[in-house]
Design a protein. Structure first.
Length: 171
């Protein structure tokens, strides 16, 4: 049994491709014509590849991930196989590349109001996290036998390492 979309082979008893979710066929599908499928991008890890695939799926661009199962079984083989490859129709390649190159919006409306993407005041990166700072001091108190929540909540830039407090919390 074979998948007509990604051309994966399955044992008897399977009726649907686990990747593409299409019914399997008995005969092996032929190779697509040259230039029909093209590589849109390569990803070292599977979560990034799956996220990119979902973006193209939401735009209704036919695509699939090549070598995803090898990387899923052993991520250490990712570089050996040339990473996970996102493949799409040749005619959709430019549109797919443009979709994947888009930056997230700086602000957008939600039911609770307007969400504004926080940025690092030092380097203006949007790669910031909000959480409990000063965890090392808190972990050190575990050695004494009494874990104490030492530290404070704040922002940290993952790009430059700058830490700061939210201006709304300090007021």
């Amino acid at each position: 049994m074979f998948c007509p979309q990604c051309r994966s082979e399955y044992r008897e008893g399977f009726t649907e491709c686990t990747t593409c979710h299409v019914p399997l066929v008995a005969d092996k599908p032929g190779k697509p014509p040259d230039g029909h499928l093209t590589e849109v991008n390569r990803y070292i890890n599977l979560p990034d590849a799956l996220l990119a695939k979902s973006i193209l799926d939401s735009a209704e661009i036919d695509n699939f991930l090549f070598d995803e199962n090898i990387v899923r079984l052993d991520w250490f083989l990712s570089n050996a196989v040339g990473n996970v490859k996102l493949m799409a129709d040749a005619e959709d390649r430019e549109f797919a590349s443009d979709l994947l190159a888009q930056l997230p919006a700086d602000q957008f409306e939600t039911d609770a109001g307007t969400f504004i993407q926080p940025r690092c005041p030092n380097c203006a990166s949007a790669n910031v996290t909000h959480g409990h700072r000063g965890k090392r001091t808190g972990y050190a108190t575990v050695g004494v036998g009494v874990p104490l929540p030492v530290g404070r909540w704040g922002w940290k830039c993952e790009s430059c390492g700058h830490e700061w407090n939210d201006s709304k919390e300090s007021e």
